[in-house]
Design a protein around this ligand. Structure first.
Ligand code: NAD
Ligand code: ZN
Length: 379
């Protein structure tokens, strides 16, 4: 089968690798029809992680079931499915509490959180930017789709990660009807958080970034775009909220936060959120921060430390929630919103390309080139 193979920093190739196959009785084998490139893939692509050369990417996957192991009894050959990026067993203490983002069975080591397909330090699970994908604990890890799966693939594939992740940011931030919500980052995750805040009934959604194309997408769903290369975003939020600050905010950038001029400053978005959110407000942080950022240029971030303004956070009595998203907690409801025509996460898709064009897609998406907001690959 073909796969998007990591060859070293900023180098991938599409080449033949051994076919994925059923290895255990609880496995499901999926022929991938749709698979996305994610901002999280870029951490590995840029060489910031210890992702091994020769492995392949892909944790936002959807396709058709072509084989099931003897121990699989719910999922059937022919089912159209989307796969939550969290690989989870369904039976451990955390999975039983809905915390599939912290599955104790699928994670690679006791002191490391989470497991995912095609990911550095997240277990041996192969990626889905390929013709075929082995899905472990298939009955638990497949979400079945309806008749319109093919026709609306660009919407449903977002259920694998970024739509539930954006929704999780708003859940952690406690976005409620009528709230005024600020979102830092208008990448795919930030835009999904903006969509989710709207679904949850926010009265005003403000999105901060500096890429005009991404800010236009935020405006297309009714959000207020704040360009931090032109205005002070904290001031802009205060002006929009009668000087009080937003009721809550979402961090959708992570440790790669930088100034508009490119200077990396990993604490920038967290500190701006503390300043933008009102006293006692909540912050949901889904942008990734890691115990170490070996590829980063910021000294503290290299040690996994963040000079976060805890004094102001404490003084304002704010709350924060963080971490990977437990996709299964939300994906059925979000699927049904898509099916009912009440959510169209595909508004962020800029390119739908054959798997063969993954090399140029990675280059453009990594450079945040104008117009490259979200790439969907079609093996
Ligand atoms: P992306 O890199 O495409 O988007 C990030 C955006 O942040 C860019 O548009 C960039 O211009 C903007 N940005 C950078 N510095 C900024 C600043 N100071 N202020 C405002 N905006 C700024 O990535 P993405 O795919 O949208 O993912 C965003 C983050 O979410 C990444 O860290 C990714 O790894 C993470 N993520 C987390 C989960 C989870 O489960 N928690 C899941 C998926 C992705
Ligand atoms: Zn992703």
């Amino acid at each position: 089968m073909r796969a998007v193979v990591y060859e070293g920093p900023r180098k991938v190739s599409v080449k033949d690798v051994p076919d994925a196959r059923i290895e255990r009785s609880t496995d499901v084998l999926v022929r991938i029809t749709t698979t996305n490139i994610c901002g999280s893939d870029l951490h590995m692509y840029e060489g910031r992680t210890d992702f091994e050369t020769g492995r392949w990417f892909g944790h936002e996957n959807m396709g058709e079931v072509i084989a099931v192991g003897d121990g699989v009894d719910k999922v059937k050959v022919g089912d159209r499915v989307v796969l939550p990026f969290n690989v989870a067993c369904g039976h451990c203490k955390n999975c039983e509490h809905g915390l599939t983002n912290y599955c104790l069975t699928a994670q690679p080591k006791a002191d490391w959180a989470g497991a995912a397909y095609g990911f550095a330090d997240m277990g041996p699970w192969a990626g889905g930017q390929a013709d075929l994908l082995r899905v472990p604990w298939g009955d638990f890890n497949c979400l079945r789709l309806g008749e319109d799966a093919d026709e609306r693939a660009a919407d449903y594939v977002m259920l694998a990660d970024i739509f539930p992740t954006g929704y999780h940011a708003t859940e952690l931030a406690g976005v409620s009807p009528g709230d005024q919500t600020v979102i830092y980052g208008a990448g795919p995750v930030g835009l999904m958080a903006a969509l989710s805040a709207t679904i949850r009934g926010a009265s005003k959604v403000m999105v901060v970034d500096r890429h005009p194309d991404r800010l236009r997408l935020a405006e297309s769903i009714g959000a207020i775009a704040i360009d931090d290369s032109k205005v002070d975003p904290v001031q802009a939020v205060l002006e929009e909220t009668m000087g009080l600050g937003a009721d809550n905010g979402c961090e959708c950038v992570g440790y790669q936060a930088h100034e508009p001029d490119g200077h990396e400053q990993p604490n920038l978005t967290m500190n701006r959120l503390v300043a933008s959110v009102r006293f006692t407000g909540r912050i949901g942080n889904v942008g990734v921060f890691v115990p170490q950022d070996p590829g980063g240029s910021d000294e503290l971030a290299k040690q996994g430390k963040l000079a976060f303004d805890y004094g102001m956070f404490w003084f304002k009595g704010q709350h924060i929630g963080s971490g990977q998203a437990p996709v299964k907690k939300y994906n059925r409801q979000l699927r049904d919103l898509i099916a009912a025509g009440k959510a169209e996460p595909s508004f962020i898709v800029s390119h739908q390309l054959p798997l063969e064009q993954a090399v140029e897609a990675y280059q453009h998406f990594d450079a945040r080139d104008d117009g490259w907001t979200k790439v969907v690959l079609k093996p």
